[in-house]
Structures are given as structure tokens and as C-alpha cells.
Write a protein that binds this ligand. Structure first.
Ligand code: C2E
Ligand code: MG
Ligand code: MG
Length: 644
């Protein structure tokens, strides 16, 4: 007797360890975790009663006989409640909502029946009876009830099987094993006339088995901030969806975080992330904060009205300056929200919108604005993905198309050059805006392979059409600053040009200066290209980043005035060209003007001393065949004019 009680007390200690672990670890606020705790508590209480049962079982005075009877009754009730709680826990693992159904009527019916039988046992002796020595024996109804308990455990398993078949077969196997263990322990208890403590011990072992087989709570934690991570966020969201609970997700994102990351070390940024999480926690009234991306935090709130309230509170207090290592750093935030099911009844759609908000994207919104993640918000992201996919396809099936736009030389009074411009069609066979697909290729770094294809095709075009015999002296090729980060770029260009026996001096590489790229890598690549005989043009001059100072610093031969600058000058909106052109010329650079559409444009350039002209006045970019037709007609015209 004494041994048995000690054995059960040891079980209680083990269960306490699980309860301590439960509270020590941070658990996701989901149904299954709450029910797991309830299961543990019931097990502890049940095992304590079982120990008491041992103590009183052989009591021989009147007092201990009635105490033994009461304790046994309570132990039975807790055992029955445990079965109910365990079933709910299993279903919660598969997000099955226990709504009124045949299953719940049957299972609650059986449990209620069992409890009523125990409560009325003193009159009926149907569930159990006590012999004169105080030993407890099973009554006739208990065996039937045991079969019914097994039946509802089996029913629960079937539902879990149907719900979880697609989701988690590992979890299903685990539950199956636990159920078999519980059923066996029940059988052994009855056959060997053991007290309920035996089932409690087995259930305790099962609790450990489940704990160590399920995902550790650490899987849902971001170790940097100690908050729940994206896994945790998605898990909670999916549960809410499966339980059909409406919910709003409120997100806050630091706008220039990735730029900041390049400058500061991990520890400083970790500190900043912690501070943000702390402010959010306090302002949201101690809600759970989810750190779902380096720069993004999320909070669940009940509805859109609550989102707006929370936003008002937070936007006022979020600091716009961090002091990292005694340096003040300014930054902005973006705020987003999306509500299920109001914004979409499809959870994958909601998750996609959240991914969009937490990833780098070009926002057309003001800093600190609260952005509703509507379907349209994703249109950009969907288009981006589609174009990225088309680029990858073009790389694989060599399907990039090229257009050629003639360039006129003032000095020679004829077309002497051309610019190669890439063209790509989308899945609906419509041409994608080149500026856009080049941007996508730059972001994804597929520009390197795409440009290699473009350069090879340009060489083929030149050789196949004997372009240099048709009066073209050089070809302008656009290169992206991203390509300059590729250490093999120059060797690769040399190799391809050599394959077609075209000297590199036939190529003029056009580059657009950008604030975001590695200026040293660009400088190095351009210098190398020049050493190989190629010439360099600074493209899109006048659109933003490049200025006179950069012209002096960069290894360039030509400056290509952007069409917008020419057009605004022509329409009298500004007079920058008056100052710029002489400055560029004084630096010894030749000037190309693009966007020449009218004779007036030509006149402006002639007056200001431009060298080359490119624009629709001469021709739009043409495909291979049309360009050859164009250049042949142009040459014929010129020779006829010369004869006259
Ligand atoms: P860009 O290098 O500045 O090319 C000149 C753009 O101006 C071309 O646009 C051309 O069609 C357009 N253009 C030229 N003259 C006129 C004119 O008189 N009127 C008007 N309205 N437009 C004119 P496109 O072909 O749409 O290319 C846009 C940009 O895409 C290019 O600007 C270039 O930055 C980029 N791009 C195109 N192909 C490539 C490529 O193979 N590699 C790289 N890195 N960028 C490329
Ligand atoms: Mg260009
Ligand atoms: Mg340009």
C-alpha cells in the first residue's frame, strides 16, 4: 500500500515538472496549448486522488471507509473528466471545432452518463462497490461504460484521422499510439483489478510522450527578441481560421531597415528590435507581439475598429530616431492591417498579403500611414512574380528579343550607331515595359544571365547582318550597375565578343548611375572595360542621381542626356541645358541626346553642340529585319543625296 502511494506521488512530481515546463516556456496562445495544460492539471489531481485511494483503501474504521468511498468516487469522476478533456485536446491538435454534432452529443452523453452513475452509485452500486475490508470492486455498469469510453476515444481518433489526414500524419500516429496505451491500461486495470492509479501512471507517461513528440515551443519563438516568430503567427492565424473566428492582423514595419542593416551590427539592431517590441507590448495593453520579419512586428486584435485605435496609440509614440552607438538614426514606419474574413475568406490569400507587407516592396504610400492590405495591394507583387518568372523562362529558353534604335552623328551627318534594347513578352504575349522587367531582373539578380544572352544575341545580329559593313561603327549596350558586382563580367564580355570576332572597341556600354549600388564595383568594371577598348556612356543624365561632379569622377566617354531634360527645356520649363552642356563638353565628354522627336529638338542640340542624336524622329526601336531595312534605305538615301 505504502509503495503504491509513493509510486503515485512520484508520478505527481513528474507531472509537476511538465506543468513547470509549460509555464517556464512561452506557449502560443492556441486552444491545444490551453487544453494540454488542463489535461496536465486533471492528471495531477487524478493521481493525487489515486494516491489517497491507496491510503484509505484498506481503512477499517468507519471514518476511513466513507473517506475511501468519497475519494474513489471523486477519482472516478476525475478519470471520466480526463477522458473528455483528452478527447477535446486531440481534436484541438487538428483544429476541429467541437460544435454541436452527433459526435459531441455521443461523447458528452457518455461522459455525463458516467458521472451520473458515479454520483448515484451509493444508491445503485452499479459503477463500483466496496467490500467489508474497504476494497473497491467494479460494478456491472462500469464495464459497459469502459467500452463506451473506448468507443468515444475511437470516435475522436476517427475524426482526427479525417481532419488530419492531409495535415500531419506524424501527429496522427502519435495519437494512435497514445490511444492504444490508454485503452490497454484500462483493460489491464480491469482484468487485474488494479486501482485507477495505474491508468493515471500510463496517462502521465503519455503526457511526456506527447510533450516530447510535439514541436518544441522554441519553434515558435524568435530568439532575438523573445517574442513569437512568423511560425507562431501563422499557427495562431490558421487556428483562428479553422475555428472560424474573425480577427484583424495589425502590422508595423520599419521602412528603411535593410539599409540600416548594412551599416550597423547585429547587437545594436537586436536592441532596437527589442525596444520596438516593448513599446508595442505596452501600448497594445500587454497583447502578444509577433516578430514576423527582421523589420516587421504583428499583433492580433479583434476587429478593424480596434486596429484603428491601436494605430492611433502607437503612431504617436514610435520613436523616429534611434541612437545606435551614439549616432542618431532617423527612420520611418509603415503600418498595415488585414481582417479575416472581411478582406478575404481565403486564409492563403490573407497570408500572402501579410508576406507582402513584411517583405521589401515599393510602397506608393506616405510614411506612418495606415495601409489596408486590400486585394489591389498585391497586384504589384503578383505582377512582379509573373515578370520574374518570365525572365527565368527567357533565360532558359533563350527567348529574349532585341530591338535596335538608330543613333545619328552630327559630325558624319548619318546614322553611325545603334542602341540595343531588350524586349520581353508576358504570358499574354504582350510586351512588358522594359524599364520594369529590367528592374525586376536587377532585384532578383537575373540581370546577369539575361544580359549575357542579350550580348550574345547582339553579336550574332552584328555578324549575321554584317552590320559594320552597313555603316554602323559601334553599338550601344545597356549594362546595369548590378552586373558590375559580377567579377567575371568583363571576361565574359570579352569571351563572347571574341567568339564572334568583334573587337570590344565596337561596343559602347551605357550605365545609369544609381544611389543604391556599389560605386566602387561600378568604377572598377568601367575602368576595366575601357582598358579593353570599349567606351562608356553615362545614361539618363539629368534624371536624378548623376550630376556634374559624378561626370568628373567616373571613367566615361559619353554623357547621354535624358529625354525628359530635353523635352522640359524645349517646352520652356527649365533652362538647365544651357549650363550643363558647356560643362560636359569642357570635361571632354561627347554628348548624346535621346528623345529627339522633332526638328526643334535637333535644332536645340545643334545650337548647343551635341554630338549624337537618338529618337523617334529618326526611328523608334526596330526589330532585326526592320532595322536592316531602315539602315539600307538610309544609306541609299545618303549616297543619292551625296551624288546630287
Ligand atoms: P534607355 O537606355 O535610356 O533607353 C532609351 C529609352 O528611350 C528606350 O526605351 C527608347 O525606346 C526610348 N526612346 C528613345 N527615343 C525616344 C523618343 O524619341 N521618344 C520616346 N518617347 N522614347 C524614346 P525602352 O526601350 O522602353 O527602354 C527603357 C529602358 O530600359 C532603357 O532606357 C534601359 O534603361 C532599359 N533597358 C532596355 N533594354 C535593356 C537591357 O538590355 N539592359 C539593361 N540593363 N537595360 C535595358
Ligand atoms: Mg540606354
Ligand atoms: Mg536613357
Amino acid at each position: 500500500m505504502i509503495y503504491n502511494a509513493h509510486f503515485e506521488m512520484a508520478t505527481v512530481v513528474m507531472l509537476f515538472i511538465l506543468i513547470i515546463i509549460y509555464f517556464w516556456k512561452k506557449n502560443l496562445p492556441i486552444q491545444s496549448n490551453r487544453l494540454y495544460l488542463n489535461v496536465l492539471i486533471l492528471l495531477v489531481v487524478g493521481t493525487c486522488f489515486s494516491a489517497l485511494q491507496c491510503y484509505y483503501e484498506y481503512g477499517n474504521d468507519k471514518m476511513s471507509l466513507s473517506a475511501s468511498y468519497i475519494i474513489s468516487s471523486l477519482a472516478f469522476i476525475i478519470g471520466i473528466a480526463f477522458i473528455g478533456m483528452y478527447n477535446s485536446y486531440v481534436l484541438s491538435l487538428f483544429h476541429y471545432k467541437n460544435k454541436i454534432s452527433v459526435y459531441s452529443v455521443v461523447s458528452y452523453g457518455v461522459i455525463l452518463c458516467g458521472i451520473i452513475l458515479v454520483l448515484t452509485n451509493s444508491f445503485t452500486n452499479l459503477y463500483f462497490y466496496m467490500d467489508d475490508s474497504g476494497k473497491i470492486h467494479s460494478g456491472s455498469a462500469r464495464n459497459i461504460m469502459n467500452i463506451l469510453y473506448m468507443f468515444i476515444i475511437f470516435l475522436t481518433l476517427c475524426i482526427a484521422w479525417i481532419k488530419g489526414k492531409k495535415k500531419d500524419t506524424k501527429l496522427l500516429k502519435l495519437i494512435l499510439h497514445v490511444d492504444i496505451l490508454i485503452a490497454l491500461s484500462e483493460l489491464i486495470t480491469n482484468v487485474c483489478h488494479l486501482n485507477t492509479g495505474f491508468i493515471m501512471v500510463v496517462a502521465n507517461l503519455c503526457a511526456f510522450l506527447v510533450y516530447f513528440s510535439l514541436r518544441s515551443p522554441d519553434y515558435y519563438i524568435d530568439i532575438r527578441t523573445g517574442r513569437f516568430n512568423l511560425n507562431g503567427f501563422i499557427e495562431v492565424l490558421r487556428e483562428k481560421y479553422d475555428y472560424n473566428e474573425s480577427v484583424s492582423c495589425f502590422l508595423i514595419r520599419v521602412k528603411n531597415y535593410h539599409a540600416i542593416c548594412r551599416i550597423y551590427d547585429e547587437d545594436s539592431l537586436q536592441e532596437v528590435q527589442k525596444q520596438i517590441a516593448e513599446i508595442l507590448k505596452v501600448k497594445s495593453g500587454e497583447r502578444n507581439i509577433y516578430h514576423i520579419g527582421a523589420a516587421t512586428f504583428a499583433i492580433f486584435v479583434e476587429n478593424t475598429r480596434e486596429v484603428k485605435k491601436l494605430y492611433e496609440k502607437i503612431v504617436r509614440v514610435m520613436p523616429h530616431q534611434w541612437n545606435i552607438k551614439r549616432e542618431a538614426l532617423s527612420h520611418e514606419y509603415s503600418y498595415y492591417y488585414v481582417t479575416y474574413p472581411d478582406d478575404s475568406s481565403d486564409i492563403e490569400d490573407i497570408i500572402q498579403r501579410i508576406h507582402y507587407a513584411r517583405s521589401d516592396h515599393e510602397g506608393h504610400h506616405k510614411p506612418n500611414e495606415l495601409i489596408h492590405l486590400r486585394k489591389e495591394a498585391l497586384v504589384d507583387a503578383v505582377r512582379f512574380k509573373e515578370v520574374a518568372h518570365r525572365i527565368e523562362e527567357a533565360i532558359l529558353d533563350n527567348s529574349l528579343e532585341l530591338n535596335f534604335q538608330p543613333i545619328y552623328s552630327f559630325a558624319e551627318n548619318r546614322i553611325t550607331s545603334l542602341e540595343v534594347l531588350s524586349r520581353l513578352k508576358d504570358s499574354k504575349h504582350k510586351y512588358i515595359n522594359p524599364e520594369y522587367f529590367i528592374h525586376v531582373a536587377e532585384v532578383n539578380h537575373t540581370i546577369i544571365q539575361l544580359s549575357r544572352q542579350m550580348f550574345e544575341k547582339t553579336c550574332q545580329f552584328a555578324v549575321n547582318n554584317r552590320i559594320f559593313e552597313r555603316g554602323i561603327t559601334d553599338m550601344n549596350i545597356n549594362i546595369s550597375p548590378i552586373q558590375c558586382q559580377d567579377k567575371h563580367l568583363v571576361d565574359e564580355l570579352k569571351r563572347i565578343a571574341a567568339k564572334y570576332r568583334i573587337p570590344l572597341k565596337r561596343f559602347h556600354f551605357e550605365i545609369t548611375e544609381s544611389r543604391l549600388t556599389d560605386a566602387d564595383a561600378v568604377f572598377e568594371t568601367l575602368t576595366k572595360l575601357r582598358k579593353c577598348g570599349a567606351k562608356i556612356a553615362l545614361d539618363d543624365f539629368g534624371t536624378g542621381y548623376s550630376n556634374i561632379a559624378s561626370i568628373m569622377l567616373m571613367p566615361i566617354d559619353f554623357v547621354k542626356i535624358d529625354k525628359s531634360l530635353l523635352w522640359s527645356y524645349a517646352s520652356g520649363d527649365n533652362e538647365f541645358l544651357n549650363e550643363l552642356m558647356p560643362m560636359i563638353r569642357s570635361e571632354g565628354k561627347k554628348i548624346i541626346a535621346e528623345g529627339i522627336e522633332t526638328e526643334e529638338h535637333i535644332e536645340i542640340l545643334r545650337r548647343m553642340g551635341g554630338d549624337f542624336l537618338q529618337g523617334y524622329y529618326y526611328s523608334k526601336p526596330l526589330n532585326e529585319k526592320d532595322f536592316i531595312r531602315f539602315i539600307d534605305a538610309h544609306n541609299k538615301n545618303k549616297s543619292e543625296n551625296n551624288k546630287n
